[in-house]
Design a protein around this ligand. Structure first.
Ligand SMILES: NC(=O)c1ccc[n+]([C@@H]2O[C@H](COP(=O)([O-])OP(=O)(O)OC[C@H]3O[C@@H](n4cnc5c(N)ncnc54)[C@H](OP(=O)(O)O)[C@@H]3O)[C@@H](O)[C@H]2O)c1
Length: 306
């Protein structure tokens, strides 16, 4: 049976992947730091590792000798990256270099995740081949990670994605949806920017794209996002409507009224035609994804967060 490692298995994509991979298809290994937060699933072997510890990471991969690695680990907080650039590089760039080294040694197909923040947001509807120009350090670190692959001979797929949202019960980091639901539940008035546009990505669609990249051995860069282009104000209104919260408590503001350490690109969004063709990628609409998440949340009791 082929072996697969999910790196960053405690995050939103990592946990979703672990829950999506069929144990009859692959022997599953999960790498993350600290305790395993995905304790409702026993289909995998868990390793506690900080991926910036190069020696330990290489040792574990040497022992497992996987056929595939999916790297779902990253420092994803954009403002934190701006003020902690060394830490951001250690995870988002140097650890990726370690994974490339191991992939070369063991002939592994490596799937890596990048971001729309490699673009400056002046154009929108980006194709894989459009010129990059990151505006913030997070975007730059991800671009640096992409550039590492240009110098290698390994088999790899880079999936660029946008504003990933979804639900798993035991998460340390909030995503946009869980952040909004938390505020809405507490009846906190919200101010949301109406001049930043994105095509948000449902994490289940992203997980399917990762597995499709492995099955097809698709090489190079692919755009993975939803098809609905929304500003943050429109997005939060759709969340309020689906989850029956008061839309009137949300007001629209321009980005100029926010004082964030990292500059955000204005309009991103992807042209996903290449992924539709090569990866059979077929994302849910934003509202259908919200309905699916609503039903998942209603079925779950959080009981064992670590
Ligand atoms: N979220 C978005 O909107 C978005 C947008 C574009 C691209 N992406 C990319 O999509 C991928 C998946 O992101 P996500 O949304 O699943 O993010 P996430 O929930 O923040 O997950 C990232 C995981 O990486 C882990 N990690 C960070 N540093 C580590 C280290 N030194 N050793 C081991 N694990 C470490 C984190 O561990 P802890 O839980 O212990 O902190 C976390 O579980 C990332 O490559 C991200 O850059 C995300």
């Amino acid at each position: 049976m082929k072996k697969i490692i999910v790196v960053g298995s405690n995050g939103l994509l990592g946990q979703t992947l672990i829950n999506s991979i069929n144990k009859l298809d692959y022997k599953i290994f999960a790498l993350a730091r600290g305790c395993n937060r995905n304790q409702n699933n026993s289909n995998f072997t868990y390793y506690d590792v900080d991926i910036t510890d190069k020696k330990s990471l290489l040792n574990i991969i040497d022992v497992i000798k996987p056929d595939y690695i999916i790297n779902a680990a990253a420092v994803t907080n954009v403002d934190y990256c701006e003020t902690h650039q060394q830490e951001c590089d250690a995870v988002n760039v140097e650890a990726v270099d370690t994974l490339i080294e191991a992939s070369k040694k063991h002939n592994i197909h490596l799937v890596h995740i990048s971001t729309d923040f490699v673009f400056d947001g002046l154009k929108g509807n980006y194709k894989e081949t459009d010129a990059t120009n990151p505006l913030n350090y997070y975007g730059l670190s991800k671009l640096k990670s992409e550039q590492l692959f240009e110098k290698t001979s390994i088999s790899y797929t880079i999936l660029r994605t946008i504003l990933v949202f979804g639900y798993v019960p035991e998460l340390k980091q909030q995503n946009i949806l869980l952040w909004l639901l938390d505020k809405m539940q507490k009846k906190v008035p919200l101010t949301m920017v109406n001049d930043q546009l994105r095509t948000p990505t449902y994490v289940e669609d992203l997980a399917k794209a990762c597995l499709s990249a492995i099955k097809t051995q698709a090489k190079g860069i692919y755009n993975i996002s939803g098809s609905d282009l929304l500003d943050m104000y429109q997005l939060s209104n759709l969340v309020a409507k689906t989850f029956n919260y008061d839309e009137k408590s949300i007001s629209a503001i321009p980005t100029s009224q926010l004082n964030q350490p990292a500059i955000r690109p204005k309009i991103t969004g992807f042209d996903i035609s290449k992924s539709k063709k090569d990866l059979n990628f077929s994302p849910l609409s934003f509202t259908d994804a919200l309905e699916e998440i609503k039903s998942k949340i209603s079925q779950h009791n959080v009981d064992n967060f670590c």
